[in-house]
Write a protein that binds this ligand. Sequence first.
Ligand SMILES: C[S@@+](CC[C@H](N)C(=O)[O-])C[C@H]1O[C@@H](n2cnc3c(N)ncnc32)[C@H](O)[C@@H]1O
Length: 443
Amino acid sequence: MNTLPDLYKQNMEHQLKDDYQNYLACFDNPRVYGLRVNTLKISVKDFLAINPFNLTPIPWTKDGFYYTDKDQPSKHPYYYAGLYYLQEPSAMLPAEVLPIEENDIVLDACAAPGGKSTKLACKLNNTGSLFSNDISVSRCQALLKNIENFGIKNSYVISNNINRLVDYFPNYFDKILIDAPCSGEGMFRKEPSLIKSWTEKGNEYYAPIQKQILDDAIKMLKDGGKLVYSTCTFSEKEDEEVIEYILDKYPSLKVLPINMCQGFTNGLTANTKNCVRLYPHKIKGEGHFVCLLQKGVCNKPKETSKQIVQCKEPFIQQTKMVFNKGKFVQRDNRLYFEPNVNVDLKGLRILRSGLLLGEYKHDKFEPSISLALALKKEEYNNIINFNLDDLRVYKYLKCETLDVKDKHVEGYVLVCVDNYPLGFGLVKKGILKNKYPANYRYQ
Ligand SMILES: C[S@@+](CC[C@H](N)C(=O)[O-])C[C@H]1O[C@@H](n2cnc3c(N)ncnc32)[C@H](O)[C@@H]1O
């Protein structure tokens, strides 16, 4: 690869030694593509039964699959129904490794566009709470959409520099994911444009930022809590040296082992040998570094009881949706379900606080797209289901008005494809007025 900077090549040769030529050779291999099933909406088994793509399993995660470049999963109605997320296969490892338990309070500190947050939410299974944060408001728009598309009920999307969060959440989270901003060396094959930024910023730029981010995160982790630090770079300065720095600063931290799959490589120093390095010439995926840390020991048992709460709004009452441990809050004309947090969030930039259920317009409740995407077919009794081969699926996703006289329904309907909800519509005399939002429209 002639376009790789000389300094980068020297570093990699020094790191990989005899394996360096194999690394260079893999730039000629085609890139691989990954899809992860949204287990909040469909089990892996059920998805495989309706799967229209050429899938093969990704070894390090049960819900992840390679697809081929002939598949077009981003154009499929199942994508719009939120049945899966498209994610580079190696990027599936960090959230897989974080041992989330139901009812955990979780922070994804550098979350946009949300690949890892969507997986963390699947593990939480709509219990506990998930805070997905990213400093960039513009990147948070994609994060927000992915959270809505996945039908996640128990999440906050916030946009702040992580250092702003420390005063609000000292020793607060059971689990934290830091997918740190980095020089992106591991993505050079997939996104050669990153090479330019590497050349401009050099190899020293990110390490101090990463150390600060990790330091802030440790302050927000409970005793006994676990944290994953990951990057998509091979740089020891941004990987092992950052971990060495934090171990030195907080002696109660331990690096926990990660399940090794074929082709995984250990961290490069004695203290970091439990970390995992992914190299594109050793596994089917791009480059990554993953470290699982634990802070001290846990001395308080976690509250695990379930507590179902009821909503007073008649539209929500007539659904069979279950809301666990949270509250219903009306702000202006909007109604939300919010997970319990017991923290005053005033002063933080909040883009989503829980699930937006709907809006009051002229005293009438209009259910939201996020409610539609969080509902299961059996939780709502006024359904229009289209089979995948019905062209009205695409017309609906393109926000068109539909003739649905054959369906014999009236009023607010939940429009589904193969029984998976897409959004709402309002039917009068067999004509469906489309309520699918323009910014979700099929492209
Ligand atoms: C590697 S990307 C995260 C990708 C994401 N975890 C995913 O799986 O889709 C790193 C992110 O860190 C964010 N970031 C950088 N500095 C930050 C800071 N000080 N606080 C919070 N987020 C930060 C960037 O905006 C960027 O979106």
